[in-house]
Design a protein around this ligand. Structure first.
Ligand code: CA
Length: 227
């Protein structure tokens, strides 16, 4: 589960990153609205935690911009304000949930779990597409028609999970690289194709009809025909 935190108060941001990493979330952090929006536009996050009062562009405008571009990533807004009007503006601008500072860690974690369930459409700890089922806790990939299964490596798991969550969309190599390796690891950028081939072998191994299709010059998409 990969989170984007857009928060300009450094101490608050550091504390949140620490807590979220302890809870096994992957977190990337930006401190202003403009780079936050650019990160959201990469469409490589499962959930966005977005502060309202930000330098560059405020949180309401960030989310309005993202929604206008058709980006559906769930957004939890954070604000120091507690006025009802602010809450309404947040939800109107396209936020999925709202948390007023100061908040309890356990409340933040509960809201995130709720948004995760919504974003992943998780049923019994699994996500599925076509004839494949992915267990999100054991990283076991199974074929629903023959019962065959195989354990995925961490990166293979992230690739399949990302493709399932974005089913019906073509994901670019850049998006996959960002999603799997994050912003800091440019050196691994070219490994997308390598891991894609590992992941395809796992799909073949379990006899799945679901395939990762390459769309020339664009990217990759999960497809399943004839199940
Ligand atoms: Ca702020």
């Amino acid at each position: 589960m990969k989170l984007l935190l857009v928060e300009d108060e450094e101490r608050m941001a550091q504390a949140l990153c620490e807590i979220l990493r302890i809870e096994n979330y992957e977190v990337e952090h930006f401190s202003d609205g403009i780079s936050g929006l650019a990160a959201i536009e990469s469409n490589t996050y499962d959930i966005v935690i977005l502060d309202v009062m930000l330098p560059g562009m405020n949180g309401y405008d960030v989310i309005r911009n993202a929604r206008q571009q058709g980006i559906k990533t769930p957004v939890l807004m954070l604000t120091a304000k507690s006025e009802i009007d602010d809450k309404v503006e947040g939800l109107d601008s396209g936020a999925d949930d709202y948390l007023t500072k100061p908040f309890l860690t356990k409340e933040l974690l509960a809201r995130l779990r709720a948004l995760c369930r919504r974003s992943f459409d998780i049923t019994d700890g699994t996500v599925s597409f076509g004839d494949i089922i992915l267990d999100t806790s054991t990283m076991l990939l199974s074929c629903s028609t023959n019962g065959q299964s195989v354990r995925l490596s961490e990166k293979e798991y992230k690739i399949i999970e990302y493709l399932i969550v974005n089913k019906g969309q073509i994901l670019t190599r850049e998006q996959l690289a960002l999603k799997i390796w994050g912003f800091e690891n440019d050196s691994e950028y070219n490994n997308v194709e390598v891991y894609m081939s590992f992941t395809r072998k796992k799909l073949l191994f379990i006899g799945a009809k679901t395939e990762i299709k390459s769309v020339r010059g664009v990217g990759y998409e999960l497809r399943c025909e004839n199940v």
